[in-house]
Write a protein that binds this ligand. Structure first.
Ligand SMILES: [Zn+2]
Length: 313
């Protein structure tokens, strides 16, 4: 009798602990919800991260693995319940608990599910609303590309990973030779910066609204050190729609891939990338990947056969 009581208590305790876990997750989710920047692409929710990447470096399967603990709360929480019943009633071993039938299984993934990228340092890494960088990820090889920016301070916003920075310098120089004057607007953004930005937006406009124009921390490509927003001569239309259609924008669309960059959020691909057209946001993925993607008019998601982010507005 006593024994049963004790095990009952122990069980209740473990349940409480378990519930604590899910709450933690929730909290974590809420906490993560800070960040970003204005022009920071539109947000969308939905779908699941990748499926196929196979050996193409990125998120997919491994993401799934990583993300599992965090995302599948529903599945996990199924376990304790039947046990509880058995403890309380009698130990009738083997008797499948009926509870299982009572409650329909919660969907494995919710709309907002996000997986953690397995190889954040990979050059063509896929980071989007469904594939986020690990907490505390900081690229190890950030440098200051020697190109003009619309501001003069030497801040993190100027930094890019070495390979991307080198390619950027080469590209800006090549453009210059053709009379195209490009200017940097914003490149690397730390997780902390992203978090602060998003929090500010959320405070001002509310979480849901903020998500429509600002990426959650960890899901912004700017945190990879491989992306940069560019503007035309004198910083005209920095990260704004009016950059589209300018000669700089046209030049980029035509030539970026020669330098290993892609126009990351092409027109008409919102439902795949999760962002509306951003002619100013270019992303370094390496030459051969860039040429494949731009050659076919595709997106990084399509290249990796990732599940579309989908604009679940
Ligand atoms: Zn951007």
């Amino acid at each position: 009798m006593k024994k049963r009581l004790v095990s009952g208590v122990a069980f209740a305790l473990s349940l409480a602990l378990f519930a604590g876990c899910s709450n933690d997750d929730q909290t974590q989710k809420d906490n993560t919800s800070h960040k970003t920047e204005k022009h920071e692409h539109e947000a969308h929710k939905k779908n699941e991260p990748t499926k196929k990447n196979e050996d193409k470096n990125t998120p997919s399967d491994e993401n799934k693995k990583n993300g599992e603990n965090k995302n599948n709360n529903g599945n996990v929480s199924q376990d304790p319940e039947p046990k509880k019943d058995q403890d309380k009633k009698k130990n009738e071993p083997g008797e499948p608990s009926q509870d299982q039938n009572k409650k329909p299984k919660p969907p494995a993934q919710k709309d907002d599910s996000v997986s953690v990228v397995a190889h954040p340092e990979s050059i063509p890494v896929l980071v989007n609303k469904r594939s986020k960088l690990p907490e505390n990820y900081k690229p190890a090889d950030l440098v200051y590309p020697d190109v003009p920016f619309i501001f003069s301070e030497k801040t993190e916003k100027r930094m890019m990973r070495k390979a991307a920075a080198d390619a950027l310098e080469t590209m800006f120089a090549a453009a210059e030779k053709e009379g195209i004057h490009l200017t940097g607007v914003s490149a690397y953004r730390s997780h902390a910066t992203q978090t602060t930005l998003f929090n500010n937006y959320a405070k001002r406009d509310g979480y849901e609204k903020a998500r429509t124009y600002s990426a959650l921390p960890g899901t912004s490509e700017h945190e990879t050190g491989l992306a940069i927003d560019v503007a035309g001569d004198g910083g005209k239309c920095p990260a704004q729609d009016c950059f589209g259609g300018t000669q700089e924008s046209k030049w980029l669309a035509k030539h970026v891939s020669e330098f290993g960059f892609i126009i990351r959020y092409p027109e008409g691909k919102d439902s795949i990338t999760g962002y509306k057209y951003e002619p100013w946001h270019i992303r370094f993925v390496g030459k051969s990947v860039a040429q494949k993607i731009m050659g076919k008019g595709e997106t990084l998601e399509e290249y990796f056969n990732a599940v579309p982010v989908s604009n679940g507005k």
